[in-house]
Design a protein around this ligand. Structure first.
Ligand code: ASP
Length: 452
């Protein structure tokens, strides 16, 4: 049994929705479809969710909502009509949005969530109707009725544990294909509450986990997770198989096709996540699983991300000073800063963090505290650092990986500012100057992928 999730670009217009229906019809194991709201049809277009946010803001600002309401309804009606669905069926969708708009606008976040959720909700009704028009048995299911209960704040809902059993109860053993809107659930009081933006992936993973699916297919508009960002290396290819650990290392360091946090509910249950392309449904995609067979010395992916900085400090006999590390890190904790890496030597240590999290006023305060409270001998901040990561289960126990990588970087004339091998030994990280990021990624790609 498979749970499928389709992103906004897969639902942007009638033509895309037909592809979704073809995919659903092609495999009888595809029992549950989770849908996003219609996304952009072209780069300058506006996502339906953004149109709805604009609509809510007009209402909250006490302005005339009619033009923004009409824009959303026209966009959805066009899809409905292009799919040649029964003309009267659309009235229900238009009326639903009217009722949401008539809700009290205070508190604003509750109102905003009720409006934002309409994109996914309408889209699920449209997809269910489109499947039925092709003679398939399909039903729209409302997350509230199915038991998807979220706690947390409006706009940033978090699934409550009891949801899993409730969803399993209401969705298992259905004879029809279930079409379930992503991105929102209900509070214990029955109010509509959304996840953070992009949250339809989370809904899909929760349903896959609740139903103990054999696979969670996540459909998007790319062929899978690429071994390296194709904007940096145009000939990069999708990775056929990836472990959860490899995905985690790669997404951390700049892979942005797919956000691993969004699939955590599926990963916790050991359910394979299959990233696929709606526009090329026969392409193999990328399978992300708990374990995989790998070759020794094999690198699966390379990631590079700019925009980090290091705070370097040294102090004679640092290694013997009990509590130095704890006191240093607690300064960062007190300032509410999360750090990325802490490479250290005998008498020196660096803290690496994202530059955006470290504005100059915070920098001044932290440096002063380090000087005063830790009495270091030298202290400096360097900005403009890029982190490059090579990742692969096959790197574990393989001899010569660092030599190959550093050799390739040296050959390309890239100076390594920092080198760190993760304790898991499935990744190796290099700090280089921002300006060398692309050159470094290219050199490592040529070294590890040229023969594949
Ligand atoms: N439609 C929502 C958004 O644009 C959720 C999603 O697409 O996953 O953020």
């Amino acid at each position: 049994m498979k749970v499928l999730k389709f992103g906004g670009s897969s639902l942007a217009n009638a033509e895309q929705i037909k592809k979704v229906c073809d995919i659903a019809a092609a495999d009888p194991d595809r029992r549950v479809l989770v849908v996003s709201a219609p996304g952009k049809r072209h780069p300058e277009d506006t996502k339906v969710t953004d149109m709805l946010i604009n609509l809510a803001q007009e209402a909250l600002g006490g302005r005339d909502t009619e033009p923004a309401y009409a824009a959303v309804i026209d966009r959805l009606r066009e899809i409905w009509e292009d799919l040649q669905l029964d003309a009267t069926g659309f009235d229900e969708i238009a009326e639903d949005l009217r009722q949401r708009l008539a809700m009290p606008t205070d508190p604003a976040n509750r109102f905003l969530d009720a409006i934002k959720a309409a994109g996914e909700d309408c889209c699920a009704r449209i997809v269910a109707a489109a499947l039925r028009s092709r003679g398939m048995a399909a039903t729209y299911v409302c997350p509230r009725d199915a038991g998807l209960i979220l706690g947390g704040e409006f706009g940033d809902g978090q699934v409550l544990p009891e949801s899993y059993a409730r969803l399993a109860d209401s969705l298992k053993n259905r004879s029809e294909v279930v079409v379930f809107p992503g991105f929102f659930g209900a509070t214990p009081d029955g109010e509509t509450i959304t996840f953070s933006r992009g949250g339809s992936d989370v809904t899909g993973a929760i349903l896959a986990a609740a139903l103990a699916a054999d696979e969670y297919e996540n459909y998007t508009d790319v062929d899978g997770v690429y071994c390296v960002d194709p904007r940096l290396v145009p000939e990069a290819r999708p990775i056929p198989e990836l472990t959860y650990r490899e995905l985690r290392e790669l997404t951390y360091s700049g892979f942005n096709v797919f956000h691993e946090e969004a699939v955590i509910p599926a990963i916790r249950e050991g359910i394979p996540v299959h990233i696929r392309n709606t526009n090329r449904p026969n392409a193999p995609g990328t399978r992300i699983m708990p374990r995989r067979r790998f070759k020794h010395g094999e690198v699966v992916g390379i990631a590079g991300q700019r925009g980090f900085c290091t705070i370097y400090m040294s102090k004679l006999l640092m290694n013997r000073e009990i509590g130095f590390g704890r006191r240093l890190l607690s300064l960062f904790e007190e300032e509410g800063l999360s750090y990325e890496h802490v490479p250290s030597g005998i008498d020196d240590i660096s803290i690496i963090l994202a530059s955006d999290d470290f504005p100059t006023d915070v920098e001044r305060r932290i440096l002063e505290r380090i000087r005063l409270e830790l009495q270091v001998d030298a202290l400096e901040v360097e900005r403009g650092l890029a982190l490059i990561m090579i990742v692969g289960e096959g790197m574990h126990y393989s001899v010569g990986m660092a030599a190959k990588a550093t050799g390739a970087l040296a050959h390309a004339g890239v100076n390594i500012e920092m080198l760190n091998q993760g304790s898991s030994e499935i990744s190796m990280m290099f700090g280089v100057k921002d300006g060398d990021c692309q050159k470094a990624v290219r050199a490592l790609f040529d070294e590890f992928f040229s023969d594949r």
